[in-house]
Write a protein of this length. Structure first.
Length: 150
């Protein structure tokens, strides 16, 4: 009998805490219309369809919400503004310290897209918000033989 689905819930308050969130969201796909920055609330929220790497070989995706608090500014590079239907694939999330505890959350997307959130401190929450569904395939990456990176 299959194990019942347990939604993944992760939070981050320091750079080390962001690592499991980044790993869980590697290859998550999203439409740009599902990104929202509220300057008034100081929050940046995303809804993504993440690949369930932890599903033990079962090819599944699940709808996941990710929210960053204490956000003062959001900047993007190589991401089409106003293209709400455009789809992006998240590769990684890191933190670049400015004057601790402030800095920038850096989200890298396939195709060279980048989103930077200037934050007072790391305050992030990731939560699965749907039941999983079958995925057509498992994401793969070509590895650069010289650098060993995707």
């Amino acid at each position: 009998m299959p194990t019942p689905f347990q939604p993944l819930r992760l939070s981050a308050v320091d750079p080390a805490d962001l690592e499991p969130i980044s790993a869980a969201l590697q290859d998550a796909i999203a439409q740009l219309g599902d990104f929202e920055f509220s300057r008034r609330k100081g929050e940046f929220t995303l809804a993504l369809n993440r690949y369930r790497w932890e599903a033990g070989g079962r090819k599944q995706r699940v709808r996941t919400g990710l929210q960053f608090a204490q956000v003062g500014e959001a900047r993007s590079q190589n991401i089409r503004q106003g293209a709400d239907d455009a789809v992006v694939s998240l590769l990684s999330i890191t933190f670049e310290t400015a004057e601790a505890p402030s800095g920038e959350i850096v989200m890298i997307f396939s195709g060279g897209g980048e989103l930077r959130l200037r934050v007072e401190c790391i305050d992030a929450v990731m939560v699965d918000i749907s039941e999983p569904w079958p995925a057509a395939s498992q994401p793969t990456h070509e590895i650069d033989q010289e650098t060993g990176k995707a």
